[in-house]
Design a protein around this ligand. Structure first.
Ligand code: MG
Length: 323
């Protein structure tokens, strides 16, 4: 199915031209305080331009309470080049709570450039597994000091076949077990390539083959089947799920046991494209009893990210389905 046809049939499309409230409800909704989180990747260099403390205050004033980090560096324990405890203090002084953090162990992508890290079946070598787990120990220790609840791996390496996916799942299970020792929950965040299909012994790289390969099992489904729910939760990026030709609402319904957080994202400003039915998504998010979602906006070097975030916050604050 080509994407255009998928979008016509999926329940993700915005039903009407306007998803809003009646004027009376709107006034009440805007007054009510909503719990909204931001993935700080959204702001790119704008977050660090000028005064970081003032920028945190600006974020808080937009109606944001919670943060999900990106940009932690395991080599120096800095976030976006800022000493991590200083970063935490500035965020907290502005009234922002750091709940989650996106981190890739540095060794994870070594297997992409240097095939020596993988066996012929696409599995990861024992030494690579050990290196990744060792990295998570330090990452988890640092994040325990930051007081975060979730450590989320935001990306997968190229996984050409079922064996490689299962090997990656084994690493995720071990990673989850490891970070749990520091009191943290491990999770995985998807893009669109997790909706590519793989077969046993396959050789096609998962990247870029989503629309070609019709045989096999979707990587995301293998991930959910081969990881322990106690060790690995899933943070579903709803935009990338649609780009992977799947319906995030359907996933939230059928995998309520595994999907514990969402990335709320559109092609750019939230609600502007009309291709994401955020009303259905949020209704299911609350029906599942979920607590955290993270606003994310691409194009981080645009120089317009604060502006786009404000427009997205206006959309969420005016949407009565966001609580
Ligand atoms: Mg995302």
């Amino acid at each position: 199915m080509i994407r255009r046809d998928f979008l016509k049939t999926a329940s993700v499309l915005t039903a009407g031209a306007l998803v809003g409230c009646t004027p009376k409800e709107k006034t009440e909704t805007v007054k009510a305080h909503k719990t909204i989180g931001l993935q700080i990747y959204t702001l790119g260099p704008e977050l660090y331009a000028g005064d970081l403390a003032a920028n945190f205050k600006r974020i808080k004033d937009m109606g944001i309470d919670n943060l999900e980090l990106a940009g932690y560096n395991a080599a120096d324990s800095k976030i976006g080049g800022v000493e991590m405890m200083e970063f935490k203090k500035m965020a907290e002084d502005a009234g922002l709570k750091i709940i989650s953090s996106h981190v890739n162990p540095p060794q994870l992508f070594a297997g992409v450039a240097g095939k020596e890290n993988k066996g012929s079946d696409g599995a990861f070598s024992a030494s690579m597994k050990n290196d990744i787990i060792e990295s998570w120990k330090k990452i988890a220790d640092d994040h325990a000091k930051l007081g975060v609840e979730f450590l989320v791996e935001p990306m997968m390496p190229i996984l050409p076949n079922e064996e490689a996916v299962k090997s990656f799942c084994e690493i995720m299970n071990l990673s989850g077990e490891t970070v749990k020792k520091s009191g943290l929950q491990f999770g995985y965040h998807n893009h669109n390539m997790e909706f590519a299909k793989v077969v046993p012994g396959g050789t096609k790289a998962a990247f870029g083959t989503i629309f070609d390969q019709t045989e096999g099992t979707q990587i995301i489904d293998l991930m959910m089947a081969n990881t322990d729910p106690a060790n690995v939760i899933f943070e579903m990026d709803v935009y990338w799920t649609v780009m992977g030709q799947n319906d995030p609402v359907e996933y939230l319904r059928k995998r309520a046991d595994r999907i514990k957080m969402l990335h709320i994202k559109d092609r750019m400003v939230l609600g502007a494209s009309g291709m994401m039915n955020f009303e259905n998504i949020f209704n299911q998010f609350y029906a599942n009893g979920l607590k955290y979602f993270w606003v994310e906006i691409e194009d981080t070097n645009s120089g317009k990210q604060f502006e786009r975030l404000q427009a997205s916050m206006d959309y969420l604050n005016n949407a009565c389905f966001v609580k």
